[in-house]
Write a protein that binds this ligand. Structure first.
Ligand SMILES: NC(=O)c1ccc[n+]([C@@H]2O[C@H](COP(=O)([O-])OP(=O)(O)OC[C@H]3O[C@@H](n4cnc5c(N)ncnc54)[C@H](OP(=O)(O)O)[C@@H]3O)[C@@H](O)[C@H]2O)c1
Length: 240
């Protein structure tokens, strides 16, 4: 009985740390250059779409799939759900609850990055907390000053005319985020609704400073078992 955990999030790591990882394989997309070791056998890189994923599951003798990828890793999540359903392999999505705006938050919700220019005015200084992978898509924010925080040291120049990288490894405290936003004259934040306590500090800092946030809504989930906490996921795994 070999279980596959699609990883790449702190919840995936927490789950693996609490699971009996005999006969568990973790899988990472390979987006982070030097990912921290996981407590089990780990493979890295895409499977080659739905056909590649199906072949992999069959060759590796996978008997259950736990999808603990990022809430915005929609392609992997849909592939895993569809293929597991077709092969009748038990499958579950571990996805932490999304952030919900409080009374002091000023959030504007969008479905797509292309909707953001309708909201953020020309000339504004914008903090992008959206990661490196989708940075190219922010060409639609021409005429704004962009500051994009990334984890790995960039290997390429900033992809847009008016912008720069800020390299940093989370978590950051609210005080650190407040200091950063003040120092860089940030007027707007753009954030994906990833959820989770650790990376919420930027939203708390924005609320303290009265800064507006453009919140990119999560992509829709496939029709599957979805659990919101590591505890629930652990019970699911133990009941297999
Ligand atoms: N996935 C993560 O760990 C992660 C972490 C942080 C943030 N994000 C956010 O999610 C957005 C999309 O990320 P993404 O490109 O990883 O997701 P995606 O768009 O769903 O995945 C693209 C392709 O990457 C491969 N892949 C993704 N997760 C994998 C895994 N755990 N193991 C093996 N292969 C995997 C798959 O390739 P094949 O089709 O070839 O199988 C998948 O089709 C990013 O822009 C970022 O904002 C994702």
């Amino acid at each position: 009985m070999t279980r596959l955990v699609l990883a790449g999030t702190s919840d995936a790591r927490l789950l693996l740390e609490r699971m009996d990882t005999t006969d568990v394989i973790a899988s990472l997309a390979g987006a982070t250059r030097a990912p921290a070791d996981l407590p089990c056998e780990t493979r890295i890189g895409g499977f080659g779409g739905a056909d590649g994923f199906r072949d992999y599951l069959q060759k590796a003798g996978i008997t259950a799939v736990i999808d603990a990828t990022h809430p915005f890793a929609a392609q992997m999540t849909h592939t895993a759900a569809t293929v597991c359903q077709s092969l009748d392999i038990p499958h579950m999505i571990l996805q932490r609850p999304e952030w919900v705006a409080g009374e002091t938050d000023d959030w504007r919700f969008v479905e797509r990055i292309d909707d953001i220019p309708n909201i953020i005015p020309q000339g504004a200084t914008v903090f992008l907390g959206t990661g490196r992978q989708t940075l190219d898509q922010f060409s639609c924010l021409k005429g704004r000053h962009l500051l994009a925080r990334v984890i790995d040291e960039p290997t390429k120049p900033f992809p847009h005319k008016d912008g720069s990288f800020l390299v940093g490894t989370p978590p950051f405290s609210i005080a650190e985020e407040v200091a950063l936003f003040k120092e860089r004259g940030i007027e707007w934040l753009v954030v994906k609704n990833a959820g989770g306590e650790k990376s919420k500090s930027k939203l708390d800092a924005a609320a303290q400073l009265g800064l507006p946030v453009v919140m990119i809504n999560r992509p829709k989930l496939p029709d599957a078992t979805v659990l919101g906490t590591v505890d629930e996921a652990l019970h699911w795994v133990q009941a297999l």
